[in-house]
Design a protein around this ligand. Structure first.
Ligand code: NDP
Length: 276
């Protein structure tokens, strides 16, 4: 069984450095797919209210037979629920769907700067954290200006910022800001949704190391210190993606991947994304 190293968050809570993402996993397949991931050694699961599969994640957790404290569960507050009271209600709904009595990590899914509710939303996160209902609180898709505003107006520094990050969008500036402020960087779409895997720079390194393209990209993340949450519904890929702790990329090869930076996103721009 693979053992995944932990990253210690700014409040002392430990999160596995590699977890399992479930965006676009159909609700009726989620329990089975998450079960496969847990069997393969994943102990951290990343879902969201918007993915509409929290119930399946909870079902897999109950079925796997592991003690609850051996699993790390993240979910996210959807945009339409931002605001103080609505956040408290949405949290209860997510927890009920998951069938859990506490959460390991809760994230504000998007900042929605035009709506200007993320500070109030964060205050509700701080209350849920202070009440012992969440072990760590964080944000997702926040830019430096949003993090600075939180730090000026609230008291708890986010433990995590989950952002789009892969060799085509390495997010150097945001990663440096996180490191200076004790915020862990979590990479979503770590494989750029698969788009990176046929790139000759990646396939070349795969041949050199005798690994798969996905393993090369995941290794790049791990060596940068990122938390990663690759998604797959395919049993062999689920196993392949966690089998990345027996080799290391040389510094020169990390730089080869660094040269793939195009500043291109697979997802929306957090400054303008405003979906309800
Ligand atoms: P990923 O970068 O994880 O890529 C997933 C895609 O790559 C799927 O099509 C999958 O196919 C394929 N794939 C996975 N492993 C391999 C492999 N070893 N070889 C070849 N292809 C592979 O993209 P996601 O967008 O899913 O991001 C991961 C997670 O990040 C999400 O599931 C979600 O939890 C989180 N996320 C968060 C967001 C946010 O706003 N906070 C936004 C987007 C994602 P298949 O499944 O068919 O095997």
């Amino acid at each position: 069984m693979v053992t995944v190293p932990a990253i210690v968050l700014n409040n002392g809570v430990e999160i596995p450095q590699l977890g399992f993402g479930v965006w676009q996993v159909p609700a009726d397949e989620t329990a089975k797919v998450v079960g496969l991931a847990i069997e393969a050694g994943y102990r951290s699961i990343d879902t969201a209210a918007a993915y509409q599969n929290e119930a399946g994640v909870g079902e897999a957790i109950r079925a796997c037979g592991l003690p609850r404290e051996q699993l790390f569960v993240t979910t996210k507050l959807w945009n339409s629920d931002q605001g103080y009271d609505s956040t408290l209600r949405a949290f209860d709904t997510s927890l009920a769907k998951l069938g859990l009595d506490y959460l390991d990590l809760y994230l504000i899914h998007w900042p929605l700067p035009q709506r200007d509710k993320y500070v109030d939303t964060w205050r509700a996160f701080e209350k849920l954290h202070a009440d012992g209902r969440i072990r760590a609180i964080g944000v997702s898709n926040f830019q430096i200006a949003h993090l600075e505003r939180l730090s000026g107006e609230t008291s708890v520094v986010p433990a995590v910022n989950q952002i789009e990050l892969h060799p085509r969008l390495p997010q150097a500036e945001l990663r440096t800001f996180h490191a200076e402020h004790g915020i862990a960087t979590e990479a979503w779409s770590p494989l750029a949704q698969g788009a990176l895997l046929a790139d000759p720079a990646v396939t070349g390194l795969a041949s050199k190391y005798g690994k798969t393209p996905a393993q090369i990209v995941l290794r790049w993340h791990l060596q940068l210190g990122n938390i990663v949450i690759p998604k797959s519904v395919t049993r062999t890929r689920i196993r392949e993606n966690i089998d990345v702790f027996d080799f290391e990329l040389a510094d020169d090869d990390l730089m080869v991947l660094g040269e793939l930076d195009k500043g291109t996103r697979t997802g929306p721009d957090p400054e303008t994304f405003n979906l309800a």
